[in-house]
Write a protein that binds this ligand. Sequence first.
Ligand SMILES: [Zn+2]
Length: 340
Amino acid sequence: MITYCACVCICYNWFKMAGRPQAPRIISNAIIPRNRLTVYSCTPREIYSAMTDQMKWLQWLADHRLIRNNNDCGNCQAPMALVRRNEAPEGFSWKCRPCNTRCSVRAGSFFANCVLSSETVVMLMYYWIHAVKSTHVMLFENIVDWHVIVDYNNFFRLQCEQWINRQQVDLGGFDGNGQPIVVEVDESYFFRRKFHRGRRRKGNWVVGLVERGTGKCWLEIVRRRDAATLEQIILAHVLPGSVVVTDAWRGYANVGTLNNGVYVHEVVVHAMNFVDPHRPDVHTQNIEGLWMQVKRKIRYQSGTSRDLFPSYLSEFQWRYSHKAYVYGQYLCLLSENYGI
Ligand SMILES: [Zn+2]
């Protein structure tokens, strides 16, 4: 059975009336809004079933905001037509009728510089976001070179870094009952190891902030952990009125007097993980838990080069605050990164 999408039918009826062929100017009329994409999930089987037909697959890519639904000609700004093109990996391309310019359906998308088919890339992305082991992904997608998986995983991770770098993350402030929200702040040193073993190498200091109760967090690589650096990060990411909980490191000595005292500063003075029974809220267990998770995660994916370290941190931060519908959330991230 051959099925056509509604837009194709509309165009088809229109050109029957107009008496001349008219190629569609859009791929799909069922684009998923971003707010629905953030609660979207699917099984691999559902994705594979969209790959049975080139037009159906193109629409799947457009519906999920992975490629542009329409394209204007770079020369004459006119809407381009979607035409069959057998040489193109997706079987279609954009064509400007007035000036004959052609353009890939991948233009301006995540796939623009990908060598692999969009089908394979979408599945690699799906398995990466669900943390499926590389050896299994190679089996499922018939990939023989392990480096291909590594390269694409790096690419997926860099998308997290790009996205995080555009966000203004504000933590703390007041809750719905007018109570101040607690933000835990701490710094931690990340050693670099080569392939799980060998000598420790020079690493990075990372400053971490976690909003208690929500898990919203901010992680920042710093050159040093002096007062100037710590205060600047707190002022940039913690809203006035918050309770800031830190350890007794001298770099935090002036947090309570910043900007004429916009924060309440509580200091954990005891040994790690000890909660004072008289001040049960004064602890930094959330940020300490985060450090344990991020260090386990980054050690697990070891061999981490210095260049990739920021992207590993960004991936962790993004995943830490997007735990539900992670695939749909990642599609939404890509859609925002590429403005689709
Ligand atoms: Zn043109």
